[in-house]
Ligand binder design. Structure first.
Ligand SMILES: [Zn+2]
Length: 73
């Protein structure tokens, strides 16, 4: 998919998430009302999913959680 606000192209499995982060980082100030609503909605969904995932991880092996946290980015 192509960014509506610049010429950046996103593809691959994570394209929706990468594009979402790109919008928030680069274009949030100029998002249209509709895009802003979609962005905020998606953000809430991602945050609740992350809460769910971290709760799931807390029930699992704590070493694995530690390693995955510190190997990201
Ligand atoms: Zn862009």
């Amino acid at each position: 998919m192509k960014c509506n606000y610049c010429n950046e192209i996103f593809d691959g499995d994570d394209s929706i998430l990468v594009h979402f982060r790109h919008l928030g980082k680069n274009h949030y100030d100029v998002l249209t009302d509709v895009d802003k609503i979609m962005y905020d909605t998606r953000k809430k969904m991602i945050e609740s999913k992350q809460e769910y995932d971290s709760q799931k991880q807390n029930d699992g092996d704590s070493d694995l959680v530690f390693n995955s946290r510190y190997s990201k980015d």
